[in-house]
Design a protein. Structure first.
Length: 377
C-alpha cells in the first residue's frame, strides 16, 4: 500500500492536467466556433445592395410581364420621415397578364438574396409583396391590373404621334373622372398636396392614364404660388428635399413638368440642380415652355434625363370650346408635320368638351394618340 502512493499521485496529477487541458481546448474551440458564427452571419444589406436587388426585380418583372405593362421603381431615401423601403410598381395590361407568375418569379429572386417574403392587404385584383431583411422592410412591391384603351390595342406603327398632357389635376375629382371617361391615352399632371391629389393619381393609373408630377415653380408674375415651389437661390439640399416631398406626394408619377415657372426655368443653376435630382429619381422631364427664356430642356439633356418639351401652342389659353378645337386642330397638324407633338391643356369644362369631339378625328387622319413617356428621349 505504501509503495503504491507515489504512483497514484503521479497518475492523479496527469489526470488533473489532462482535464484542465481538455477544458481549455473546449473553451478555445467554443470561442472559435462562436467567433466563426459571428463572421459568417449575413451582414445587413447596404442601400446600394438593396437598390441592386430592386433593379434585378424590375428587370425580371419587365421580362415576365405582357407587352404594355408599366414597371416603375422608386429608390429608398435616407433621413427622418423618408420612405423606409424601395418601391416597385407593376401595372399589368391585357387579359394574358398573370400576376401570380410574376409574383413567384420575384419571390424566388428575393429568397436567393436572403430576403423573407410577406404580403399585405391590397385593393381588388391587386397584390402587395413585402420583402424584409433582418426584420426590416427593404421592398414594397405592388402588382395590379390597369385598363387598356382602344387606342393602345390598335397601335399604328410608324404613324405621326400626338400626346395630350392635362395639367393642374388634384382638386377636382369630377374633372379627373371626365378625363378617364375619354378612354384614350391621356397623361395627367397632378399638383402635390391638393385635397384629391393622391386619389386622382392612383385612379388615373388604374384607368390606364399616365401620371406626372406638376412641379410648382416660381413665375415672373408671382401668380398664385403653391405652398411649396422651386425658387431661384434655393440651396441644393433644400431643393432636393422639396422635390422628394413632392414626388412622395404623387408616388405614381413617372415624370415631371413645370407648373408656371417662367422665372425658375430660366435659372440655369436651379435647373441644373433639379435635373440631378430627377436623374437620381429616374423620372423624365417635360418642359412646359412657359417662357422663351427657359433652359430646362437643355439642362435635362446635359444631365442625361429623358426629356421633351411642349412643341405646339397651349390648347386653352382662351377658354372657349371653338377656340380650343382650333388649337387641337393645330396640334394634330403639328404632329403630322413634325412626326410627334406634345400638347398641353387644363381640366376646364370647355377643354374636356373639345377633347371629346376632336380626339376621335385624330386617328382617322393617321395620328396616333400616345402617352407623353413615349415621346421623351
Amino acid at each position: 500500500m505504501h509503495g503504491e502512493g507515489p504512483g497514484r499521485g503521479i497518475e492523479n496529477a496527469v489526470r488533473t492536467r489532462t482535464s484542465s487541458l481538455f477544458a481549455i481546448l473546449s473553451c478555445a474551440l467554443l470561442l472559435l466556433s462562436t467567433a466563426g458564427c459571428k463572421r459568417t452571419r449575413p451582414a445587413r444589406l447596404t442601400p446600394a445592395e438593396i437598390h441592386q436587388i430592386t433593379q434585378e426585380l424590375a428587370r425580371a418583372a419587365a421580362d415576365k410581364a405582357p407587352e404594355g405593362a408599366v414597371v416603375k421603381s422608386r429608390r429608398r431615401r435616407a433621413g427622418p420621415g423618408a420612405q423606409n423601403a424601395e418601391q416597385l410598381y407593376i401595372g399589368l395590361r391585357g387579359r394574358s397578364a398573370r400576376a401570380d407568375e410574376i409574383e413567384q418569379t420575384l419571390a424566388l429572386i428575393a429568397t436567393a438574396h436572403g430576403l423573407s417574403v410577406g404580403h399585405e392587404v391590397a385593393g381588388a385584383g391587386a397584390s402587395r409583396m413585402i420583402l424584409r431583411s433582418h426584420g426590416g422592410v427593404t421592398h414594397r412591391i405592388e402588382i395590379e391590373p390597369v385598363a387598356t384603351t382602344a387606342e393602345e390595342s390598335n397601335a399604328l406603327p410608324g404613324k405621326a404621334r400626338l400626346a395630350i398632357l392635362v395639367d393642374d389635376l388634384g382638386s377636382d375629382r369630377s374633372a379627373a373622372e371626365a378625363i378617364f371617361a375619354l378612354r384614350v391615352p391621356i397623361t395627367v399632371s397632378v399638383l402635390p398636396f391638393h385635397i384629391h391629389s393622391r386619389e386622382i393619381a392612383h385612379q388615373a393609373r388604374q384607368h390606364g392614364c399616365e401620371v406626372m408630377l406638376h412641379l410648382p415653380m416660381q413665375s415672373l408674375a408671382g401668380e398664385s404660388p403653391e405652398q411649396l415651389e422651386l425658387r431661384s437661390g434655393l440651396p441644393p439640399d433644400e431643393l432636393r428635399s422639396t422635390v422628394e416631398k413632392m414626388l412622395d406626394a404623387v408616388p405614381e408619377a413617372d415624370g415631371v413638368n413645370n407648373h408656371q415657372g417662367s422665372e425658375a426655368t430660366a435659372d440655369a443653376a436651379l435647373m441644373n440642380e433639379l435635373m440631378r435630382v430627377l436623374k437620381d429619381e429616374d423620372v423624365f422631364y417635360v418642359d412646359s415652355r412657359t417662357t422663351r427664356a427657359t433652359v430646362a430642356f437643355d439642362a435635362a439633356k446635359r444631365e442625361g434625363v429623358r426629356t421633351a418639351f411642349r412643341n405646339v401652342p397651349f390648347l386653352d389659353d382662351v377658354q372657349n370650346k371653338e377656340a380650343i378645337k382650333r388649337q387641337l386642330r393645330s396640334a394634330i397638324e403639328g404632329a403630322k408635320q413634325k412626326g410627334e407633338a406634345i400638347a398641353i391643356g387644363h381640366p376646364h369644362s370647355e377643354t374636356l368638351a373639345a377633347l371629346r369631339e376632336m380626339l376621335p378625328a385624330a386617328r382617322s387622319e393617321g395620328v396616333q394618340l400616345v402617352l407623353v413617356s413615349e415621346l421623351v428621349h
